[in-house]
Design a binder for this molecule. Structure first.
Ligand code: GDP
Ligand code: MN
Length: 380
């Protein structure tokens, strides 16, 4: 789960990371009220789960309450890269002397945590990585050892942060690390991490992704989940009890078993296409499940073709075939369907479908061919 900036700041602050005083507002009047409380000058910031708000005009400085009002009026309702702003975060402005970058994330191939620290903050880290990779000091952290202050001090020196910022930054990084680790984050990123003119080091922005696998340990995360606007496809899939993840391609995918579903994604890629989703219908692929799966995929306007890839084991292909036919009776599917059905009772299953095949319902014997057909239909 990705958090909004205001939630991320609140979360890192629980672990001692210093953040500016501020408050969230959903209306212009509320924003002015927060500005009055936190003090002036203040910064009004759009709360959307997308980067580059600054460049898009979603971060504005206000010297007095009239300006704060004007900023809130301009930002609330604004569209930033397709995200409509429903809330602003208003915080006491910081007198910034230098901007840095800091983050903790998982380095999966090396089985360690990865800390990244740079004296070039405020800009997107991908940009820094591309133009001056040497400006990023990377630190591999053994999860069993953690990050201690001595290591953090060496790290900030390595990243060449300004001398005045080093002690504060080292302490902040230790707190941010605890947030990442004990707080079960997938990502804890502060950009910019700033040094103010009076020598304070604080987090001016926070991007936090919580590890959904740890939800059971954090009943308090329910408050964050409440503001989450779920992908409507994923919401429908969850209501229907399907294991579904929305992607942004054009080939809808239905497969049985997570392994086959993932392989199907790969094969679609290999055929030059892109998957619109991951959908594992699991073991009991009956008519009901198949109809639900097709229905969910059908709500995705990007889908141009649907690839049904079933390898019958415990699942019997004739049941799946009945499911497909029942589903077609129940819902009008907007895209052509390509079927690759193999395994237990495949012959019987194919025989059931035979009379219904058309250019909208195509049966193909192999997985590769089926993917190629689906990709071609999606393009056509
Ligand atoms: P993002 O563009 O979505 O990453 O939004 P940020 O929260 O990182 O803000 C963008 C930029 O606005 C920062 O890099 C700062 O340069 C600037 N900014 C934000 N808050 C303040 C502030 O309190 N004082 C000053 N001087 N600049 C700020
Ligand atoms: Mn930022």
């Amino acid at each position: 789960m990705d958090l909004f900036e205001y939630q991320g700041k609140e979360y890192v602050a629980r672990f001692g990371v210093p953040v500016p005083a501020g408050g969230v507002a959903e209306t212009v009047d509320e924003a002015v009220e927060v500005a009055r409380t936190v003090g002036l000058p203040c910064v009004v910031k759009a709360q959307v789960k997308v980067g580059g708000r600054g460049k898009a005009g979603g971060v504005r400085l206000a010297a007095d309450l009239a300006e704060a009002r004007a900023c809130a009026e301009a930002i609330l309702g604004m569209d930033i890269k397709g995200h409509v702003v429903h809330r602003v975060w208003v915080e006491r402005a910081s007198d910034v002397a230098a901007e840095y970058y800091a983050s903790f994330t998982l380095d999966r191939p090396n089985k360690v945590y990865l800390g990244m620290l740079s004296s070039q903050g405020g800009v997107e880290i991908e940009e820094v990585a591309a133009t001056s990779p040497e400006a990023i000091a990377r630190l591999a952290i053994d999860p069993l050892v953690g990050l201690d202050l001595a290591t953090a001090r060496a790290w900030v020196a390595d990243a060449a942060l300004d001398a005045a910022a080093r002690e504060g930054a080292a302490a902040l990084l230790c707190d941010l690390y605890r947030c990442y680790d004990e707080g079960d984050c997938d990502l804890a990123e502060v950009n910019p991490l700033v040094l103010t003119r009076d020598g304070a080091v604080l987090a001016l922005d926070a991007k936090v992704t919580l590890d959904d696998n740890a939800t059971f340990r954090h009943p308090e995360w329910a408050a964050f989940a409440a503001t989450e606007t779920e992908d409507p496809r994923e919401q429908l899939a969850r209501e229907r009890g399907l294991t579904y993840i929305g992607l942004d391609g054009t080939v809808g995918i239905i497969a049985n078993g997570a392994g086959l579903a993932m392989s199907t994604l790969d094969v679609v890629n290999q055929a030059g296409g892109s998957a619109a989703n991951f959908l594992d219908i699991g073991g009991g692929a009956n008519a009901e499940v198949m109809a639900n799966a097709l229905e969910v995929i059908n709500t995705d306007p990007n889908v141009r073709a649907i690839l049904v890839n079933i390898f019958g084991g415990i699942t019997r292909v004739d049941d799946v075939a009945r499911g497909v036919l029942a589903a077609l009776d129940r819902v009008t599917i907007a895209s052509p369907i390509v079927l690759r059905l193999d395994g237990t009772n495949a012959k019987a299953g194919r025989a059931l479908l035979e009379p219904h095949l058309s250019d909208r319902l195509v049966a193909v014997p192999t997985m590769l061919e089926a993917a190629a057909t689906a990709v071609k239909l999606a393009e056509g």
